[in-house]
Write a protein that binds this ligand. Structure first.
Ligand SMILES: Nc1nc2c(c(=O)[nH]1)N=C([C@H](O)[C@H](O)COP(=O)(O)OP(=O)(O)OP(=O)(O)O)CN2
Ligand SMILES: [Zn+2]
Length: 122
């Protein structure tokens, strides 16, 4: 089994729902995103999955969040756009795009600052 990872990022505004404190107010982050996937087998080029494809598919999802007010987007109308919920959203959306008999999304970690991150995995 192989484990691969890529890093990417997006910027967005949000406010936490049902939260008492500064973060209930509108503010923004430059989120860093780490995607890890597992691959059972390698292709003829020796790749589990091309990093380019991993980045393309991840960034296609991130474009729906980038420079947006997350609370106004469908996935976060009912649930708070916390780093935890963002990581779960990305995990589910990327899994739909990438999971097959060989490749499986393992985890998504989103860093909202240099020292605070949330990871979703099953
Ligand atoms: N478990 C989580 N806790 C918090 C989340 C989250 O997504 N998951 N998010 C926030 C807020 O988004 C907030 O912007 C973060 O604020 P804070 O932790 O105060 O970070 P700062 O860098 O502004 O503050 P320092 O304490 O000075 O580092 C809050 N919690
Ligand atoms: Zn925040």
């Amino acid at each position: 089994m192989y484990k691969l990872a890529i890093h990417t990022s997006f910027a967005a505004a949000h406010c936490l729902i049902n939260y008492q404190g500064d973060c209930e107010n509108l503010h923004g982050h430059n989120w860093k995103v780490e995607v890890t996937v597992t691959a059972r087998e390698l292709d003829k080029a020796g790749l589990g999955i091309d990093f380019k494809i991993l980045k393309q598919e991840t960034n296609a999802i991130l474009r729906t969040l980038d420079h947006k007010y997350l609370n106004e987007l469908t996935p976060f109308r009912e649930i708070s756009p916390s780093s935890e919920n963002i990581s779960r959203f990305l995990y589910e959306e990327l899994s739909k795009r990438l999971n097959d008999g060989n490749v499986k999304v393992e985890s998504i970690t989103v860093w909202e600052s240099d020292n605070a991150a949330a990871t979703y995995y099953e």
